[in-house]
Each structure stands twice: as structure tokens, then as C-alpha cells.
Design a protein. Sequence first.
Length: 143
Amino acid sequence: MNIRAASNDDLKVIAALLREAHLPSGDITSHIDHFLVAVENGVAIGTVGVEVYGSVGLLRSLAVEPAFQGRGIGKMLCESLMARAAGLGVEEIYLLTMNAAGFFERLGFNRVDRSGVPVEIQRTREFSEFCPASAVVMYRDIR
């Protein structure tokens, strides 16, 4: 298994992974430059992305094919993405989740109040449209 940068050729498979995970996929085209895919035997089995807004980022769209879950692929994707985001100047990364808070806490993320999230993140479609107000908001410093 290897992790590589996503390209426009990966859009369909990323969208399928996100739909299968019940995650929004309608706006991934505009952020594809900041997506990664995990590939095994030439097939994409996982994905994750980040929206970059200066020194803050929004981790989004983490999905792993169900048959490959439990093998640490999600963790590897997140760690690779955070390293890539740090290389782009991101110092703080946020995310919203409905059912994976425990997973992200094990990666060093902490729950934060929605009102304390930077305006750049609050203006994203993930924050303002796609994720309900009941979603858990989490934060991690990646400096």
C-alpha cells in the first residue's frame, strides 16, 4: 500500500469512497490538489483531503474502503496529510465529525467549541452547509 497525491483522474473513485462513507463529495473538484489517496495493487482504497486557508486548514473527507478498515490506513492517511499541510504553511488543522471523534482523539485532536473556530474555517461549505451543528469540531496544532 502506498499513499500518493490525488489527481483529477482520481475524482470518480474518491467520490465513490466518500459516498460509501456517507460523506459529502460535491465540492471535491475544487480541492483535489490537496487530496491524497491510499493505493493497493493499483486500486484506491482510501482518501483524505485538506482545505488550506493560510495558516489554518480543514481536514476533510477521510474514507477507507470497508474491507481495508482496521489496518491503520486512516491513521497513515491523516499523518501524511498533516505533514503535507505543514509543508504548505498550515499550523493549525480543524475537522468536523459525526462519528469518528474517538479516532481523531487518538491522533492528538481535541474537541473545541464551534464559536472558537477561525472565520476562514467557519466560512467553508463543510462547516456552514454540509455538517450539522451537532457535529463535533476538533483541532490540532501541527507545527
